[in-house]
Design a protein around this ligand. Structure first.
Ligand SMILES: [Zn+2]
Length: 213
């Protein structure tokens, strides 16, 4: 067996011996009681952006969908996996919040900014990332590359938020006042979150929004 796979399996043994042992009653209640998560979290597949870690969340709290560059294609896209997660979370689980969380340093956004020509030999990736292009085109091409990349990450989160209400399940929950949408960006260096402020049309530090931060 490969060394890495053995490490992962040993990791599960460690998890059972430590976290799962300490939280035995909580995990048993979750296992038999079913899930009732507080939010649908749509984030990037990037291995460095781990939703439960960066929000100190426990099992059962976040219903998570991760894909390359945290995209939400418009309703009726041929890829139904995002729509399936949205419909399940909103209609069956009644989540009161949907969070779209991007991150600075996102390779998917960078590839879209650079024109995707490198990905032509990878048809699925090419097709998927073409969803980022519209957001990338909204960013001033005269900006210095690093700033342009950061702006494109932010702009893409705003775009995905805008696509959410194209799903009838989201539109009706919003109209009923049962759902709120949130745009976040995570910074890999500082480990902090920025939050989209609709009125300012800008991302503000999360620390500005929480008492005692
Ligand atoms: Zn990413």
């Amino acid at each position: 067996m490969g060394g890495m796979i053995e490490t992962l399996l040993r990791g599960n043994r460690k998890f059972r011996g430590e976290y799962a042992a300490d939280e035995r009653d909580f995990l048993e209640r979750l296992a038999s009681g079913g899930q009732s998560p507080d939010a649908l979290y749509i984030g990037c597949s990037d291995s460095r952006v781990v939703p439960e870690l960066l929000t100190s969340s426990s099992p059962g709290e976040l219903f998570v969908l991760r894909n390359i560059a945290n995209l939400v294609p418009v309703f009726n896209d041929p890829d139904s996996s995002v729509g399936a997660a949205i419909e399940y979370a909103v209609v069956h689980l009644h989540v009161p919040h949907i969070i779209v969380c991007g991150h600075y340093g996102c390779g998917g956004v960078k590839a879209a900014l650079e024109g995707l020509d490198k990905e032509r030999g990878l048809p699925s990736l090419f097709e998927w990332l073409s969803e980022v292009r519209a957001a990338a085109e909204n960013v001033d091409p005269a900006l210095e590359p690093e700033t342009r990349w950061r702006r494109a990450v932010e702009e893409s989160v705003v775009f995905q938020l805008g696509n959410l209400p194209t799903y009838p399940a989201v539109a009706s929950a919003l109209a009923a006042g049962k759902l709120r949408l949130h745009g976040w960006v995570y910074d890999l260096h500082t480990c902090s979150l920025s939050v989209y402020d609709v009125n300012k049309h800008a991302f503000v530090p999360a620390s500005a929004l929480i008492p005692g931060a």
